[in-house]
Design a protein around this ligand. Structure first.
Ligand code: DX5
Ligand code: ZN
Length: 220
C-alpha cells in the first residue's frame, strides 16, 4: 500500500502561510489538505478561494480540498480554477451526489466523497466505482485538534473490504485526531491518505512528525 500524508493547513500559522506550506513540502508531505468551512454546514468558518489561489503558485503539492459547505455543487468550478487537484464534498451536504461527482470530473479534477461520523459506510457504496478517494471523518467536522473517534475505524475497514472485493482502486483518507501515536490503527483499518493538522504543524519538528507517520503506517 502506498501511504500519503496530507497536513491540514488549518493548524498552520496563518501569519506566514507560504512558509508553512514550503516547510511541510520539504518535510515529505505529498499533499496539502485545505479545509473550507462556511459556518453553515459546520459551525465554523475557515478560509476559501483566495487562500488556495495564493498558495497555488508557490507549491507543487497535491492540493486536497475538503469542502465543508452546504451546496458544494455551486462552487466546484471555482475551486477547480483556484488550484484544487482533489475535490472532496460531503455526502451529508445538500447537493445531489451523482451530479456533483460529474461536475468534479468535468472540471478535470480527482473526485472524493466524505462521510461524517454518523453516516454509515454503506451509504456511499453505490458511488465508489466513480470515486478516486473517500474521506472518512474520524472526528465531527468543524474544528482541528479533536480526539479521534475509534468507532469510525470500522467504517474504514468496511470501505476497504468493499473496495478490495470489487477490485476498485480508491484511496481512503482519514481526517481528524491523527498523530504518530495512532497512525498504525488507521492504516491497519485500511486508510492510506492520512490528514494531520495539529500533529504536524504544532510539532517541534514537523518533518520528524511526517516521517514518523509514514513509518508508522508502512510498518503495519
Ligand atoms: C476538521 C478538519 C480537519 C482538521 C484536522 O473539520 O476537516 O482536517 O483540520 O485537524 P487535526 O489533525 O488537528 O485533528
Ligand atoms: Zn479536513
Amino acid at each position: 500500500m502506498k501511504y500519503y500524508i496530507s497536513p491540514s493547513l488549518l493548524a498552520a500559522d496563518f501569519t506566514r502561510l507560504g512558509d508553512e506550506v514550503k516547510k511541510i513540502e520539504r518535510g515529505g508531505a505529498a499533499m496539502l489538505h485545505l479545509d473550507v468551512m462556511d459556518g453553515t454546514f459546520v459551525p465554523n468558518i475557515s478560509f476559501g478561494l483566495p487562500v488556495i489561489e495564493s498558495l497555488r503558485p508557490i507549491s507543487s503539492l497535491i492540493f486536497d480540498v475538503h469542502l465543508m459547505i452546504t451546496e458544494p455543487h455551486r462552487y466546484i468550478e471555482r475551486f477547480a480554477e483556484a488550484g484544487a487537484d482533489i475535490i472532496t464534498f460531503h455526502y451529508e451536504s445538500n447537493s445531489d451526489v451523482a451530479s456533483t461527482i460529474e461536475l468534479i470530473k468535468k472540471a478535470g479534477k480527482r473526485v472524493s466523497l466524505s462521510i461524517s461520523p454518523d453516516t454509515p459506510a454503506e451509504a456511499i457504496f453505490p458511488y465508489l466505482s466513480e470515486l478516486d478517494m473517500v474521506l472518512v471523518m474520524t472526528v465531527y467536522p468543524g474544528f482541528g485538534g479533536q480526539k479521534l473517534i475509534p468507532a469510525t475505524l470500522q467504517k474504514v475497514k468496511a470501505l476497504r473490504d468493499y473496495i478490495t472485493e470489487h477490485s476498485l482502486s480508491v484511496n481512503i483518507e482519514v481526517d481528524g485526531g491523527i498523530s504518530p501515536a495512532n497512525v498504525a490503527d488507521v492504516a491497519r483499518a485500511g486508510a492510506n491518505v492520512i490528514v494531520a493538522g495539529s500533529s504536524v504543524f504544532h510539532a517541534d519538528d514537523p518533518t520528524a512528525a511526517i516521517s514518523a507517520m509514514l513509518q508508522g503506517a508502512s510498518n503495519t
